[in-house]
Design a protein around this ligand. Structure first.
Ligand code: PLP
Length: 395
């Protein structure tokens, strides 16, 4: 009971927890702008950043009210679209990248399409190059949501730097964290000017919560240890591992104390990413030639600090068995279903939107394995061996 590998984790020292220098607040903004391009707007969460971009986009194109998103992705994405007063058009994903299918995207864009939001699950790049061309041809905005992909790149171009705006999240389960926080990197000139003009109205209030952050970071540091993780797991209000559709989220700027910790965290991005890349390569070698699983195949020339390592199981019964028995190994199934299946979202779906297909299949067959600093090579082999054992057991 007391040895449970957490699904995610970000390493940081006590100096990070007790960091109180607030002089760096603008540096975080500047540094993100330098890394990804565009004007950086710091927000209290990734969804708030996405909301800012979408709400502003609507001002430029008042006659367009639909946003295309992948049908299998984090439910925060449709939450932000609805919060911005827009309709969601989920489009099917493809098995190779677990991201938007460019072909299906192309046939789904219509005169009401305001923007396309591309997400990169577990940091694995979607076919963003092709999607960028499609969006340019159709003259719709492209939002490169790299909430899960900070540190990843395609052809040396970082995720979050494509299209008209990029989105980042610094939530607890991300590659680097400030407990919570987000950023919009806006490269579209008019979008950036309007966002800057409306930002202080839309995002009026940042709590000065340095002490509460210290407490939360201390709890995160202590409880993300595998011998303590059972505790947060049994506290229902922490909602560990739950995916929720909640359009009523807070819309605030990032508090200064978080922005200054963000600068500190950025120094660790490369090291943390390298460790995840190495672990993903080890998983890949472990599963080479294994029957009964499909490993997604991301675009060539990608560098991927996998947030989690995704595999697809051909047999739903084996998957169920692994999820039930492999929980203590940090194995999880991710989002419970497709975006289009969220009941509360139905009134906010664009007309005639239907996707399902591959998205549905992925929702039923996906397993994700931990890649964070808290597992070592022996753990990783144990996890892979357990999956392979489950596959053989059924065969
Ligand atoms: C693709 C994607 N976009 C947006 C978000 C929202 O980020 P946050 O949790 O910081 O609001 C998430 C969160 O996991 C995400 O995965």
């Amino acid at each position: 009971m007391f040895n449970v590998i957490p699904p995610t984790g970000v390493p940081f020292g006590w100096n990070f927890v007790f960091h109180s220098d607030q002089r760096d607040q603008n540096s975080f903004r500047d540094e993100l702008g330098r890394l990804l391009g565009g004007d950086a707007f710091l927000t209290c969460s990734g969804k708030a950043a996405l909301y800012l971009v979408l709400k502003t986009a609507r001002r430029i194109y008042p006659n367009r009210n639909e946003v295309i998103i992948p049908d299998y992705t984090c439910w925060s994405v449709p939450s932000a679209v609805v919060r911005a007063g827009l309709k969601v058009r989920p489009v099917d994903i493809e098995i190779e990248t677990l991201g938007l299918s460019p072909q299906k995207l192309e046939t789904s864009i219509n005169g009401k399409t305001l923007a396309v939001v591309v997400t990169h699950l577990f940091a694995m790049p979607s076919r963003i190059d092709e999607i960028e061309k499609i969006c340019k041809r159709a003259n719709v905005l492209l939002i490169d949501d790299a909430a899960q992909g900070f540190g990843a790149s395609v052809d040396q171009k970082p995720l979050g730097s494509f299209g008209d705006a990029g989105i980042l999240s610094f939530g607890r389960g991300k590659n680097i964290t400030t407990i919570s926080g987000g950023a919009a990197l806006i490269r579209h000139r008019e979008l950036s000017e309007i966002a800057a003009a409306s930002y202080s109205n839309e995002f009026p209030f940042a709590e000065a919560n340095s002490i509460s952050d210290m407490i939360q970071l201390s709890a995160y540091k202590i409880l993300s240890n595998r011998y303590a993780f059972w505790l947060p797991e049994i506290l229902p209000f922490l909602r560990i591992g739950q995916t929720t559709y909640e359009p009523e989220f807070d819309v605030n700027p990032m508090p200064e104390c978080r922005a200054s910790r963000g600068v500190m965290m950025l120094n660790n991005l490369n090291e943390i990413s390298k460790d995840r890349i190495r672990k993903a390569a080890l998983y890949e070698s472990q599963f080479l030639g294994a029957d009964g699983i499909i490993i997604p195949s991301p675009p060539m020339h990608s560098i991927i600090p996998y947030l989690r390592y995704p595999i697809l199981l051909k047999d739903a019964n084996i998957r169920r068995y692994i999820l039930k028995k492999g929980h203590k190994l940090g194995i999880s199934g991710m989002y419970p279903d497709t975006v289009s299946s969220i009941r509360e979202l139905r009134p906010h779906l664009a007309e005639n939107s239907s996707s399902r297909g591959v998205s549905s299949r992925v929702a039923q067959t996906l397993l994700t394995l931990p890649t964070h600093y808290g597992i070592d090579n022996d753990d990783l082999r144990r996890i892979a061996d357990f999956v392979k054992f489950a596959l053989r057991r059924k065969a």
